[in-house]
Design a protein around this ligand. Structure first.
Ligand code: NAD
Length: 305
């Protein structure tokens, strides 16, 4: 891939906006599109160009990146549905498509294989690292697809991330990603209940977090995404659980993990419990809050008693 690429970035939410911004900061030419006009306007202020819809946004693009909520959005964008035409009808041959959304691997494979019939290259490249990693340009990318497409994508992914893995063939990035997120949900729940147990027994959550960080309970949620308000600055728990990674997106990822486990006949009791707890948390009206707000499931219970 040459350096003066025309990049189109579609999906400028919590993750997509800071990712696209890092491409602009690296001096790349980026055309953006999102269904939400103010998300587009923010990026245009930072130097991006814009288009009225996805079909015109990809005109002349060498590389297309998408960062959408779920599989149905990705399939509709590229392959079309009853309401809209897909990008497959307008993308140039040899365009490289990088879908960074977390979706089911079956949809990633379907989209990739269908685009390949038109000589359009596709990799699934879900990310880990949250909004903090997206902003700092330190995301982990987990790529599924042809090795040559992974190598072609590397120079661009390196502008948005630090660790970039080739997990295997088409769809493999998605499988690795949902294994990671299933583990993350279990760690978030375990960290929440341990911190609340400490609080209920009169301990300061900051002190007990410092202790566990130097002990065997150390983990990513405790260290970088502490769910208890005001233990860490600048994390969603200290900002009313706004921004970050929505409960409903974690619920979606746990559904994907459970579907995958059913297909491979794997035993995932911890993931299954996490899925039920996140579904309940969402039903209780917390779907739009960051996933660390599951902490309140334990703290609200304890304040009632
Ligand atoms: P988000 O809901 O904040 O953003 C999604 C954006 O996509 C929105 O701005 C929405 O308007 C836009 N969109 C939806 N359909 C569209 C379409 N057809 N055309 C153009 N734009 C469209 O979600 P997010 O937190 O940015 O997450 C995006 C993806 O990344 C999800 O798959 C999520 O699971 C994954 N992810 C999120 C995080 C995180 O910490 N937020 C971390 C890793 C992975």
């Amino acid at each position: 891939m040459h350096n003066n690429l025309n990049i189109t970035f579609i999906g400028l939410g919590n993750m997509g906006a800071p990712m696209a911004l890092n491409l602009l900061k690296a001096g790349m030419s980026v055309c953006v599109f999102d269904l939400v006009p103010h998300a587009v306007a923010n990026l245009v202020e930072q130097g991006a160009s814009k288009a009225d819809n996805a079909l015109t946004a990809v005109k002349g693009a060498d590389l297309v990146i998408s960062m959408l909520p779920a599989g149905k959005h990705v399939e509709a964008l590229y392959l079309g549905n009853e309401n809209q035409g897909g990008l497959i009808s307008v993308l140039d041959k040899q365009t490289l498509v990088i879908d960074c959304s977390t979706i089911d691997s079956a949809t990633a494979q379907k989209v990739g294989k269908t685009l390949a019939t038109k000589n359009i290259h596709f990799i699934d490249a879900p990310v880990s690292g949250g909004v903090g990693g997206a902003t700092a340009g330190t995301l982990t990318f987990i790529v599924g697809g042809e090795k040559s497409d992974y190598e072609a994508a590397l120079p661009v992914l390196q502008k948005m991330g630090k660790n970039i893995f080739h997990a295997g063939p088409l769809g493999a990035g998605q499988v690795a990603k949902i294994c990671n997120n299933m583990l993350l949900s279990v760690l978030m729940l375990g960290t929440s209940e341990a911190l609340q147990l400490a609080i209920d027994n009169g301990l300061d959550p900051k002190v007990v977090s410092d202790i566990m960080l130097q002990s065997s309970g150390r983990n990513w949620t405790l260290e970088l995404y502490n769910p208890c308000p005001n233990v860490l600055p600048n994390v969603p728990s200290s900002k009313g659980y706004q921004g970050g990674f929505m409960t409903d997106l974690m619920k979606k990822d746990l559904g994907l993990a459970m579907d995958t486990a059913v297909k491979s006949q794997s035993s995932t009791p911890m993931g299954s419990l996490a899925q039920s707890l996140y579904a309940m948390h969402s039903l209780q009206g917390n779907g739009q809050l960051d996933f660390s707000s599951i902490f309140s499931m334990f703290s609200k219970h304890s304040t009632k008693s």
